[in-house]
Design a protein around this ligand. Sequence first.
Ligand SMILES: Cc1cc2nc3c(=O)[nH]c(=O)nc-3n(C[C@H](O)[C@H](O)[C@H](O)COP(=O)(O)OP(=O)(O)OC[C@H]3O[C@@H](n4cnc5c(N)ncnc54)[C@H](O)[C@@H]3O)c2cc1C
Ligand code: FES
Length: 292
Amino acid sequence: MLATAIHERQPAVARTFATNGCVPYRCRVTERHQENDDTFTVELEPAGARSHAAFAAGQFNMLYVFGLGEIPISISGDPAQPDRLVHTTRAVGTVTRAMATLRRGDMIGVRGPFGSSWPLDDLKGKDIVLVGGGIGLAPLRPALYQLVAQRGDYGRVVLLYGARTPEDMLFRAELERWRSRFDLEIFVTVDRATGDWHGNVGLVTALIPRAPFEPQNAVALICGPEVMMRYAVQALHKRGVGPQQTYLSLERNMKCGTAMCGHCQYGPHFVCRDGPVFRMDQVQRFFGKWEV
Ligand SMILES: Cc1cc2nc3c(=O)[nH]c(=O)nc-3n(C[C@H](O)[C@H](O)[C@H](O)COP(=O)(O)OP(=O)(O)OC[C@H]3O[C@@H](n4cnc5c(N)ncnc54)[C@H](O)[C@@H]3O)c2cc1C
Ligand code: FES
């Protein structure tokens, strides 16, 4: 009953909740790329006759390292190429560190895709402002692929990305390619300049006041550490981008991914089912409170 009520309250966040995702299927690592010291990208192909399910930008899979455990990881590849399943992961603990040792040919289990997505189809004609911090660029990359593929359908497309240092930046070659396009506005900043970095230094939120978009017609998509997202929401609000124009991707501990165990509960929401992408006005009351 409660779940129905929440679904009815959900605004335009796209939802593709997989009900058949209880059993992982085996996938082989076909590509592996080290992004920086602790973050790596893998491409996975199904081991048997099956194919990967289509996914929407912002959704995640549960990845199972055999014998160790299962964790939620966003899909970082192109939604137009669902057969190329790509995940970008930062090694922080037991399962992600084990994943970091995977090499081409190794096997991993996959369930999904799960969760809500960036509601790009509903945002046509709008200026889209993507704000990413650190590993938060990974769940935003599928949205960028889609925006670039359907570039004529949107107003300005602005990416504001912050990394700790230039060496920590994800997808550097791709960022450079996007930056060379006349129809994308790409701004990158680092907390600390190293080497021959001559770009912006400072927090990603400092880019918001001078970013080129029309606040009344803009929608922001934000993903990064929770404290960064809080300041980004404030800076956007100051520019006139309100909670109904702001979407966030939230992270919580997960176990089942299918709204059954309660591990990912966030106030009245289950992040695995109702999120990870929420419109700000849905979660405003709880945002920034880890205990909810
Ligand atoms: C919907 C969703 C999407 C996600 N997408 C991605 C993604 O695309 N890429 C990615 O790298 N991670 C992503 N995460 C986070 C990822 O699931 C966790 O990092 C992972 O579960 C940690 O498992 P572990 O066993 O390696 O660490 P654990 O052994 O469980 O934890 C080890 C230590 O790391 C800390 N830790 C746990 N999670 C994080 C975190 N997110 N950041 C920093 N420290 C952490 C713990 O507090 C603990 O101190 C996502 C999470 C959710 C809920
Ligand atoms: S992970 Fe079990 S309810 Fe969300």
